[in-house]
Design a protein around this ligand. Structure first.
Ligand SMILES: Cc1cc2nc3c(=O)[nH]c(=O)nc-3n(C[C@H](O)[C@H](O)[C@H](O)COP(=O)(O)OP(=O)(O)OC[C@H]3O[C@@H](n4cnc5c(N)ncnc54)[C@H](O)[C@@H]3O)c2cc1C
Length: 504
């Protein structure tokens, strides 16, 4: 293939979508450059295996010490493989409430209401052809998941068929990105590309920075800290490196807050103060309780489970480990808190866990270049639970899950003593055990104000031909799980870019 017209940085959840669509619908010559290796097949397809093997295909990013979490560093194991984080995540397909997307449009982002996004979502999950991801009820439903859902009903929640987070006060089984062959990830967009579509993939290639000529990107530099080679692009560069790395690549390209770039010794090409601001994540805590039953995924069961999975595609190996959950808050409204249940944990040989997660955090973090090592990993400071409101909503969620645990359906299941929070005070529990739940968004925010990084067509302000298409552009984090959000963004961006780049 000749030099590409369009370069896509990162074959992640949104990147795979936009690359495929711009090549296919837009008729462009597209190259997608990805730091990680090709999708390895069964190790990531088999749900339970993929959860255990995830570290092999993940970035080892972590936050700076968090002042409200006893100075702990929080890990961010985002995917580093074709399909990005959708290839290593827990497969939950919960796009959240339409109202949370409508809020993006209400903030001035024309074309980003749920009504605008819905056609792309339907194309992503049920469209005909070779790209549609598969969404289904979990193949495996553990006895614990059934008991949890019953206990939620006994506590007054409404059971629904597919728990997508669209409404508070609901419980049930999550829909999962799972098909007949196991995990269904965005990598699917890059397999079975029709003949004639000019889409090439360059795996195991880390992008160092964009090459800027004034306000125009003419290509990228690849290779670790020093930059070993260049790839030129004649029309556009689309950043899809995820919410932790897209702002970092912009910083290294001289696009960002002039003061912070200068402090790190980086040249300033475009002073854009919002790059790396507005970092948001769904923070949460684990409530852990002793269980008298042996865990279904214990090592003694591995051989039997592997044979069952190999023969029928069923059994505990088909489980994503968090099959059932509930969304709490005012009935009919967007939820405040999500709880997902785990039938076993690593924290205690016989225990179950309830992750209690904040849906609308008000704390905001930052990503800045490290002044001592600007070409190394970014300085990630999510400021988890800085806001008192976040702490009190989470504490209320912990009290509610205790009430659900006390219901007969879970008590019959054989739960014992509470291990966490156990005897800890609410404050000590949050400080010692809260974490990010791996849904970082918002660091190249879409908007119309001076701190916005991209406009509503996702073009980086002040540039002619640089776009961001991933969870960085999210103005406010929706409730639910953010792989669906990235797919929605990828599909919407594909329509915008196909129009803006014009057909060649
Ligand atoms: C452990 C875990 C479990 C999760 N579980 C769920 C879940 O069950 N359901 C859900 O909806 N969400 C889940 N999420 C979150 C969700 O998967 C992500 O929010 C979403 O996939 C992010 O999509 P993205 O396109 O923004 O970025 P990504 O999918 O992360 O894609 C970014 C891509 O860019 C590549 N890249 C980065 N830097 C460079 C560079 N310099 N050069 C070249 N390539 C680069 C990366 O390797 C990656 O492939 C989970 C996340 C984690 C970490």
């Amino acid at each position: 293939m000749k030099d590409p017209e369009v370069l896509v940085i990162g074959a992640g959840t949104a990147g795979c979508v936009v690359a495929r669509r711009v090549a296919e619908q837009g008729g462009k010559r597209v190259m997608i450059v990805e730091a990680g290796p090709p999708f390895p097949g069964w190790p990531l397809r088999v749900p339970l295996a993929s959860l255990r093997l995830r570290p092999w295909w993940s970035w080892r990013l972590e936050s700076v010490p968090q002042p409200h979490l006893d100075g702990r560093r929080i890990p961010f194991p985002m995917g580093r493989v074709i399909g990005g984080t959708s290839s290593v995540n827990a497969m939950v397909a919960a796009a959240g409430p339409p109202a949370d997307y409508d809020a993006w449009a209400a903030a001035g982002n024309v074309g980003w209401s749920w009504a605008d996004l819905r056609p792309g979502w339907e194309r992503a999950i049920s469209g005909a052809g070779t790209t549609a991801l598969s969404i289904r009820r979990p193949v495996h439903e553990s006895a614990f998941s059934t008991a949890f859902t019953r206990a939620c009903e006994e506590d007054g929640l409404r059971r629904i068929d597919a728990l997508t987070g669209a409404e508070a006060d609901t419980c049930g089984m999550f829909p999962l990105f799972q098909g007949p062959a196991g995990r269904s990830s965005a990598a699917r967009y890059l397999t079975q590309v029709p003949r004639g579509v000019q889409l090439s993939l360059r795996p195991r290639t880390t992008v160092r920075r964009l090459i800027m000529d004034g306000t125009r990107a003419v290509g990228i530099e690849i290779g670790g800290r020093r930059g070993e080679a260049k790839i030129l692009a004649s029309e556009a560069v689309i950043l899809c490196a995820g919410a932790l790395q897209s702002p970092h690549i912009l910083h290294k390209s001289g696009i960002g807050p002039a003061k912070a770039l200068a402090a790190a010794g980086l040249e300033v090409a475009i002073d854009l103060p919002g790059v790396g601001q507005n970092l948001q994540d769904h923070a949460g805590v684990p409530v852990v309780v002793e269980s008298t039953l042996p865990p279904p995924g214990r090592p003694a069961m591995w051989l039997k489970s592997a044979i069952e999975y190999g023969l029928f595609g069923t059994g505990v190996m088909a489980s994503n480990c968090c099959e059932a959950g509930c969304f709490l808050g005012k009935a009919g409204m967007t939820p405040d808190v999500e709880v997902f249940s785990h039938f076993q944990t690593n924290r205690h040989p016989r225990s179950v866990e309830f992750s209690v997660v904040l849906m609308h955090p008000t704390s905001r973090g930052t990503i800045v270049p490290d002044p001592d090592d600007p070409w190394g990993p970014p300085r990630i400071d999510p400021r988890i639970l800085e806001s008192g409101k976040d702490r009190s909503v989470l504490n209320a969620g912990v009290e509610r899950i205790r009430s659900i645990i006390a219901q007969p359906a879970l008590q019959r299941f054989g739960l014992g003593a509470e291990i966490l929070p156990g005897g800890l005070s609410a404050d000590a529990f949050l400080r010692g055990h809260a974490s990010a739940y791996y849904h970082p968004v918002g660091t190249c925010r879409m908007g119309t104000d001076p701190l916005a990084v991209v406009d509503s067509r996702l073009r980086v302000r002040g540039t002619e031909n640089v776009w961001v298409v991933d969870n960085s552009i999210v103005p406010t984090i929706p409730a639910g799980h953010t792989a669906a959000t990235a797919l929605l963004i990828g599909e919407r961006a594909a329509d915008l870019l196909t129009a803006d780049l014009g057909r060649s």
